[in-house]
Every structure is written in structure tokens, then in C-alpha cells.
Design a protein around this ligand. Structure first.
Ligand SMILES: [Zn+2]
Length: 201
């Protein structure tokens, strides 16, 4: 069986491994750090998670996250209208950051994961551009910051709850579920397996 060379992320030890079966974990013989983890049913789970995230995308960014009532004046805002409000307030840099890290990057990740896994599942790995798409996934992987935005929302809820009547809307639930889908991609996606499949082409 064909052997491949792997490096331990912790201690740089090099080890030759054969293909693992689903659920197997290869540990470093020197520091016992996991070198390769062959995830179970990775393609189907990634397709399910990315499809759920894609379905939640528009409700998450367009539905109001929360409503605020101050002196009988009610106001509600969605993620997208928040970006628009920042832009109109001439906070261009902040508006661009929120758009890039909370809207653009997560949707690119979900789309890339969905297209790649659907392609591999139906044995269409010869589709031109798979390698480029997966490289884009790698590039944007560390740039999505939904968790930071969620913490910002929670802090604002705590700060504002004594000043105004706050009611949480369906958009917040959709946004939380959308964020969970994007984070879960890290757990379900088997990058090593995908590289192997793309290399086999
Ligand atoms: Zn090691």
C-alpha cells in the first residue's frame, strides 16, 4: 500500500503512514499528539452542515436581530442593515470589516465546502478549479469572525437591557444557528482526505 510522509505539528517528527480507515487516529510516536485523524462520514456530514448554513444565510443577515424600545420609539436592526448604518455614518472601515468577516468570508467558506464535498461525493473531482476553490477555503478559513460579532451582540444586550426594552428576534436565532454551522465545518471537514482526493485526479 502507498505510504505518505506526515509531520507532527507539535514536534516536527516525520512519520510514514498508510491510508487510514474512517475513525482511525495516527498518534506521534514521540509526543503522542494526533498527526492524522480520519473523520467518520466526513463528506456527508460536511454537506449537511454547509447546506444548513447556506439555507440560514439570508434569514441570518436580513431578519432583525433584536428590537429596542426607548420612550415608545421602537427600532430594530438586522446584520445587513447594521452594516448599511455604519457605512452611512461614514464608519467605512468598520462597515467593511463587519461585512468581510461576518458576511462575505462565512458564505465563501460554506459555498466552497458544499461545492467541493458534493463534487467529491458524486466522483466529479475532475471539475476544473477544485484545487483553487479549496485553496480559497484555506485562505479564508482563519478570517471568519462570527464568534466575535456574537460576543459583541451579547455585550450590547447586557449593556442595553437596563436602558431600554429589548426583545430578541428570529434573526438572532438564525444568526446563532448560522454561526454554529460555520464553526461545525471545522469539526466535520477532513482536509487531509479532500487533498488526497484532489491529488488522485
Ligand atoms: Zn510529535
Amino acid at each position: 500500500m502507498k505510504q505518505k510522509l506526515f509531520a507532527c505539528n507539535e514536534c516536527d517528527y516525520l512519520i510514514e503512514l498508510e491510508s487510514l480507515t474512517e475513525g482511525q487516529v495516527a498518534l506521534c510516536p514521540r509526543c503522542h499528539h494526533p498527526i492524522v485523524i480520519k473523520k467518520i462520514n466526513s463528506l456527508n456530514r460536511t454537506i449537511a452542515v454547509s447546506a444548513s448554513g447556506l439555507m440560514l444565510f439570508f434569514p441570518a443577515i436580513l431578519y432583525p436581530l433584536m428590537s429596542m424600545n426607548i420612550l415608545s420609539l421602537e427600532n430594530s436592526a438586522s446584520l445587513f442593515s447594521g452594516v448599511q448604518a455604519l457605512w452611512q455614518s461614514e464608519l467605512y472601515f468598520v462597515a467593511t470589516l463587519v461585512f468581510m468577516f461576518c458576511i462575505f468570508t462565512p458564505i465563501i467558506k460554506l459555498l466552497a465546502a458544499f461545492i467541493i464535498c458534493m463534487g467529491l461525493k458524486f466522483h466529479k473531482q475532475r471539475i476544473t478549479g477544485f484545487k483553487t476553490l479549496f485553496l480559497i477555503y484555506h485562505k479564508v478559513d482563519s478570517w471568519e469572525m462570527l464568534e466575535v460579532f456574537m460576543i459583541g451582540i451579547l455585550v450590547s444586550i447586557i449593556k442595553l437591557k437596563d436602558l431600554a426594552d429589548l426583545s430578541l428576534n428570529i434573526g438572532l436565532l438564525c444568526f446563532a444557528a448560522f454561526m454554529l454551522c460555520v464553526i461545525t465545518l471545522k469539526v466535520t471537514m477532513d482536509k487531509s482526505m479532500i487533498w488526497d482526493e484532489i491529488d488522485n485526479d
